[in-house]
Ligand binder design. Structure first.
Ligand SMILES: [Fe+2]
Length: 344
């Protein structure tokens, strides 16, 4: 099961729930309703491990599909194969059939079936947990290409103030998916609000604040792997399912191959009263700061860590810079796996 190498100065934000227990708990929004307790942990910047979700599918078949190392398959939206149109009448499905199965329609159909089975099991679990929320999007992304050493970051959604989201991950590989995580957003804002002069972002969209905090504290894609920030390390084992809000828990994939992740969009109008949208929480923080209220000191000392990165952080060696990640994605991967020592 999941292994955590906890950094002593960072709150241990990993918690665990048994889905069978969640389902058995009274669905009444009380303290005993584990759906709400789990979501309070999610909103409270925890990484929630969810045990005992049954997902039956043909592992060998899925493991045998080679997803090309291009941007389109880095974040493969499974809605492309979930649509009602049959293969013969759906040009997107035909393209997938060509690229993944060399036009073998039988194998494509099997793939579509397996995607639907896995997605149904994952949505079944999330729909149970989110009984008291209004969900307006249930997207699932299949990331079945290798990921190596991302930069530590917050997830950025366009128009992030307008909705909440739930991201669940399911490791479908036969090796662990290795992540780093660090202090949650609220602690980072409490500690760095003045140093990063965040009051200047008071009227900016939430995603702008997340971007600035990410880049100033952790660096950007070009400085990935060179972060100085203290981090936990987590090894999510094959079959592990975890739910974490990437907008409030900074994270970094060090290595991983086959995972799926959900993007559940929650409407603000249909949330339990205790669930305050992140944008509202941040607006309150700006208002408190403007009124001269200072938060309680954080229980860690960041003295000695290299902060802030000047410019955008340490640079990669000359000749390995890439201006357009989407276009160069395949090349970046090829460069990293040469038969010689590679400095990136
Ligand atoms: Fe992310």
């Amino acid at each position: 099961m999941t292994q955590i190498y906890a950094h002593p100065e960072i709150e241990d934000h990993f918690v665990e729930y048994d889905f069978a227990e969640v389902r058995k708990s009274p669905a009444n929004g009380s303290d005993r309703d584990l759906r709400h307790r789990l979501m309070r942990d999610y909103v409270g910047e925890k990484c929630v491990l969810l045990r005992n979700v049954k997902v039956d599918y043909d592992r060998d078949f899925i493991a045998g599909i080679k997803f090309p190392h291009v941007w389109a398959f880095k974040k493969f939206a499974s809605r492309n194969v979930e649509g009602a149109l049959p293969l013969r009448r759906d040009p997107v499905k035909q393209e997938i059939c060509r690229e993944l199965f060399n036009n073998d329609e039988g194998r494509y159909r099997k793939f579509e079936e397996e995607v639907k089975r896995v997605n149904a099991a994952i949505r079944g679990a999330l729909d149970e947990i989110l009984k008291d929320w209004r969900v307006s999007k249930r997207d699932i992304v299949w990331r079945h290409t290798e990921t190596r050493v991302e930069n530590l970051h917050f997830d950025i959604d366009n128009n992030a103030d307008a909705f909440e989201s739930v991201r669940l991950y399911y490791n479908m590989d036969d090796v662990p998916r290795i992540w780093h995580t660090t202090h949650g957003l609220s602690q980072l804002l409490a500690h760095y609000y003045d140093a990063l002069d965040l009051k200047t972002l008071a009227n900016q969209p939430l995603e702008r604040l997340l971007h600035v905090v990410s880049v100033r504290l952790f660096g950007n894609w070009q400085s990935r792997g060179r972060e100085q920030f203290p981090r936990h390390m987590a090894l999510f084992e094959p079959g592990d399912i975890w739910i974490v809000d990437g907008r409030t828990v900074p994270h970094q994939v060090i290595y991983g191959r086959r995972v799926i992740s959900t993007f559940y969009r929650l409407d603000h109008q249909g949330m339990p009263s205790w669930h305050v949208p992140l944008g509202k929480q941040i607006a309150q923080l700006h208002a408190d700061r403007a009124a001269g209220k200072t938060p309680a000191p954080v229980p860690f000392d960041m003295a000695g860590y290299r902060f802030p990165f000047e410019g955008e952080g340490p640079k990669p060696p000359q000749g390995t810079e890439h201006g357009n990640l989407k276009e160069d994605w395949g090349t970046i991967y090829e460069e990293s796996i040469q038969q010689k020592l590679v400095r990136l």
